[in-house]
Design a protein around this ligand. Structure first.
Ligand code: ADP
Length: 175
């Protein structure tokens, strides 16, 4: 049985998910970049960049919301993860803040379903195992306090990352 049916792990491309909101691991300019950010901007179309330009960037650990444009998702929540600098620069708290702020925005916009990529684990080089534990711990804590969103999907780009999430779920939720 699932430890928490409101938390799911999916392997694949986040731009394909028909959920109320997907989260983008953006950079502080919000004007697009590589990795999942580039994939989301390509799939959503140029109108996304026009809306992002009006937002005046975003601080590390914060989040901002836009429409989803050509994506199947209704909204995109753009959050800026910390760049890994060895762990002594508040990276863990900033990463947890990305998850919390994104969840708060999703809740404020009545999102029932949302999907997160593994924020900071690509170009920003956050250690994957630690990042997965922060993601699962922060999301499960939020879901225990709030009925919305109902379901959170951790969308992993590859099977190895999905296994790290399954391990984090087993460790954190199943004891
Ligand atoms: P960051 O700069 O926050 O590290 P990246 O986009 O480089 O962001 O990577 C974050 C994670 O997103 C990585 O684990 C990467 O494998 C994953 N990723 C890249 N493209 C996609 C995609 N289309 N869908 C889901 N995850 C993706």
């Amino acid at each position: 049985m699932d430890a928490n049916p409101r938390i799911q792990v999916h392997t694949g491309d986040i731009t394909k998910l028909a959920v109320d909101a997907i989260v983008n691991a953006a950079n502080s300019s919000l004007l697009g970049g590589g990795g999942v950010d580039g994939a989301i901007h390509r799939a959503a179309g140029r109108e996304l960049e026009f809306e992002c330009r009006m937002l005046n960037g975003c601080k590390v650990g914060e989040a901002k919301i836009t429409k989803g444009y050509k994506l199947p998702a209704r909204y995109i929540i753009h959050t800026v993860g910390p760049f890994w600098q060895g762990g002594g620069k508040g990276e863990a708290e900033l990463l947890a803040s990305c998850y919390r702020r994104s969840l708060e925005l999703a809740r404020a916009h009545d999102c029932l379903t949302m999907a997160f990529p593994a924020i900071s684990t690509g170009i920003y080089r956050y250690p994957k195992h630690e990042a997965a534990e922060i993601a699962v711990g922060t999301v499960s804590h939020f879901l225990a306090l709030h009925a919305m969103p109902e379901t959170v999907i951790f969308c992993c780009f590859d099977q190895a990352m999905a296994e790290l999430y399954q391990q984090a779920i087993a460790y954190i939720l199943e004891g």
